[in-house]
Design a protein around this ligand. Structure first.
Ligand code: ASP
Ligand code: MG
Length: 461
């Protein structure tokens, strides 16, 4: 089989972890053609962001401490290697370059988005280079490649660049397939690409997922695997429910809903190349490699459960807009949503009541201030009198499963479970896809509501 395997930051959290992952890889390389996509070491991207902030705010001491930490962390991965070859020099050179760039940011007192992406790319470049070396010590002929070398070509929207799927596909095929044919194993940096001017870009946080699925799509892989510290995707957060159930199969749409609605399993944009190429994605646990994991494919497996998973989103706020002169005036919601969109505020859920006198929106807590100012401005422009209020001590619960589409009575069952616990529902929203039913409760009630639904509608099945 042709498989693209992504190792996230948590899978190489320590030098020993990295060694174990390289060892695991060896097992599969004997009978498959494998391309590895590697993320930065756990926590490094966050640290690089801090480093940039300290440097641009001229916090010299903190900047120096952070830099020292990052250097030490990476050097530790090389300490106990049997053969170091040139790798120590290469990594030291990269770390020195990072130091020089950070000092120039410090002197300039600012980091442009382009500079920021270049600095962030060190996380993936360092980790991948080390990983390629550790893999080669297993007797595997590993080839280190950066996203751009592999063919990931993006626009110049630094920090959240979008790959051009057609060009990327063509280039990846030209550059990667001959390597596989020669029996080599490409080890590629996740998260980064290159724009048409040759500048390094990043694909947004968690973007290594997208790198992996893009490459899978490009080379027409048999499967893309994400190696995780859990053995698959579960029906709910194992920290909340008593008997979490591993989901054997999900459709692309179910996985997309899950990712959008709080489960941190897949970068939502990473599903697009899979759908386009009809490439199966497997979520597998590196501690349980012989288990099947969860497979994500085109259709939902209808033989089993109606409800597959329940998610909880915390740290959100609900904004309510009331106005009597919104009634019957077309285009108002459109203007409201596009004004928030322009400010890059992500709206998680919307509900409008039938009278049209009230619109409720759910946003992330961090976006509250910006949302309120934007909304007040746009309402003034439209010229409608309004009242806006908001509520933050809330949680949103989403119940997901394609089997709910067209199955009557599911909503009633869900809300009965919640009502039996005496929990008040503040807002309800259902996407037109009918793949999810979402509702908002007080933050303190969130976990109780999930437990109740899970016990009655998933565990009892
Ligand atoms: N290292 C990047 C991040 O932390 C990309 C990734 O992990 O997928 O966002
Ligand atoms: Mg990650």
């Amino acid at each position: 089989m042709k498989i693209v395997m992504k190792f996230g930051g948590a899978s190489i959290a320590t030098p020993r972890d990295m060694y174990l992952r390289a060892n695991l890889l060896k097992k599969y390389i004997e009978s498959n053609e494998i391309i590895v996509v590697q993320s930065a070491i756990k926590g490094v991207t966050d640290r690089l962001l801090k480093l940039i902030r300290y440097a641009s705010n001229r916090k010299k001491e903190r900047m120096d401490n952070e830099l020292t930490y990052i250097k030490k962390l990476h050097i530790e991965y090389l300490e106990n290697l049997p053969e170091k070859g040139k790798i120590l020099d290469e990594i030291e050179n990269m770390l020195n370059e990072l130091g020089n760039i950070i000092y120039s940011i410090y002197y300039l007192g600012e980091a442009t988005p382009k500079a920021q992406d270049y600095i962030l790319s060190f996380g993936e470049r360092l980790a991948t280079k080390i990983m390629a070396h550790v893999v080669s010590l297993q007797g595997i002929e590993a080839i280190y490649l950066e996203g751009g070398d592999a063919g990931i070509i993006t626009d110049s929207n630094y920090g959240d660049a979008t790959p051009n799927m057609d060009i990327t596909k063509e280039l990846c095929r030209i550059r990667l397939l001959p390597l596989l044919n020669k029996g080599l194993t490409p080890i590629i940096t996740g998260f980064i690409g290159v724009d048409k001017y040759g500048n390094i870009t990043t694909l947004g946080r968690g973007g290594s997922d997208l790198t992996a699925t893009l490459i899978g799509y490009s080379i027409d892989a048999d499967e893309v695997w994400f190696w995780k510290d859990v053995p698959g995707i579960f029906s709910a957060d194992p920290n909340i429910v008593n008997k979490p159930i591993k989901i054997p199969q999900l459709s692309y749409l179910e996985a997309a809903e899950l990712s959008a609605l709080g489960a941190k399993i897949i970068h939502p944009r990473a599903i697009i190349p899979l759908m386009r190429g009809n490439i199966p994605l497997r979520i597998k646990g590196f501690n349980n490699p012989d288990e099947e994991g969860t497979i994500v494919t085109k259709y939902s497996n209808k033989t089993g459960e109606i409800i597959k998973s329940i998610t909880l989103i915390k740290d959100i706020c609900m904004i309510n807009i009331y106005s009597t002169n919104m009634v019957g005036v077309p285009g108002i919601s459109g203007k409201i949503f596009s004004s928030l969109g322009k400010e890059k505020i992500n709206i998680l859920m919307i509900s409008q009541n039938v009278s049209e006198a009230n619109i409720s929106l759910l946003i992330k807590k961090k976006d509250l201030k910006k949302s309120l100012t934007t909304l007040e401005k746009v309402m003034k422009e439209i010229g409608i009198t309004n009242e806006i209020d908001y509520m933050c001590d809330i949680a949103a619960i989403s119940v997901i499963g394609e089997g709910m589409r067209g199955t009557p009575g599911i909503a009633a069952k869900i809300f009965t479970c919640v009502a039996e616990k005496g929990i008040n529902i503040i807002m309800i929203a259902q996407g037109s896809s009918e793949i999810n039913i979402s509702f908002v409760v007080k933050a303190v009630d969130g976990e109780t509501a999930i437990k109740a639904i899970h016990e009655k509608l998933i565990e009892k099945n």
